[in-house]
Design a protein around this ligand. Sequence first.
Ligand SMILES: [Zn+2]
Length: 62
Amino acid sequence: MVRQRCAFCTEHPIEEAAVLRWIGEDRERLTLWLCDRHLRRMQRAGRDGWEHKGKLHKIGWW
Ligand SMILES: [Zn+2]
C-alpha cells in the first residue's frame, strides 16, 4: 500500500526507507515513506543526521 504523503511534508512519497531517529542515546528504528527531497536530504546528511524537530534522522538502522 502506498501512502499519499511523505512523513515530513505533503509531497508524494517515492520510497519507504528504514530511518534511524535519535537524540542522545534514545534511538528509534522507523520505516518511513519519504519524498524525493527528504530522501536526498537524509542521504546528504549521512552519519551526522538530518535534524528535524530537535531529533536527528539518517537512512539505515545501523
Ligand atoms: Zn518530504
